[in-house]
Ligand binder design. Structure first.
Ligand SMILES: [Zn+2]
Length: 90
């Protein structure tokens, strides 16, 4: 049985509406999101990103894609956390 959820990364498919409810009543919105890296020291700031969010106006399901630079920064922070944990462990 096929999954009811579309693969939003599959560029070959044409979006046909909300992946949760199928509604075509979706809109694109600007957003500001502070992403917290799990396990980081509390004083560390989050990673502030400004994605376009596609939101379903029927069920509220929303999805977004990060820009390459934002994704790169998150990967750097995750790698830094891993290094910090390695130094902190006996
Ligand atoms: Zn929906």
């Amino acid at each position: 049985m096929a999954s009811p959820l579309r693969n939003i990364h599959d560029q070959s498919s044409i979006p046909t509406g909300c992946v949760r409810c199928g509604s075509t009543d979706e809109t694109e919105l600007g957003a500001e999101i502070n992403i917290h890296i799990p396990g980081e020291i509390k004083q560390e700031p989050g990673v502030l990103v400004f994605p376009k969010v596609t939101a379903c106006l029927k069920c509220g399901f929303a999805h977004l894609a990060l820009e390459d630079a934002e994704l790169h920064l998150i990967k750097q922070r995750l790698a830094g956390r891993a290094r910090w944990r390695a130094r902190a462990s006996p």
